[in-house]
Unconditional design. Sequence first.
Length: 131
Amino acid sequence: MTTSPTDASPASSLDQLHINGIRCFGYTGFLPEENKLGQWFEVNLTFWLDLSRASVSDELEDCLDYRGVIETVTTLVQTQVFKTVERLAGAIAEALLDLGQFTRVKVCLTKESPPIPHFHGHVTIELIRDR
């Protein structure tokens, strides 16, 4: 289910944690050479979760394990081959929700140099998924 971050749901009242700048080399793309040669992607994440316990306990077990999140994203981008960035972003959201430590995740996946003639920008997909 896709929702807007402004939706008035229980998740919107939770705390947010951001992990930005996960850069990975992967093989997602419609063109065969993208699947073979690969290209750079950047992933930025927002998690909605209850940080009240972590904010007073100062204990790692009360926090989201950033290392596990980064490893999950990096492994997925580097090892999975999809035709579309939309599917890759969806796969990242699904894998992260399986970690079970939060209620909502936003995945911003940027294809840094899509092979489009006369285009020197980038393309970003933004998905928000709830558990």
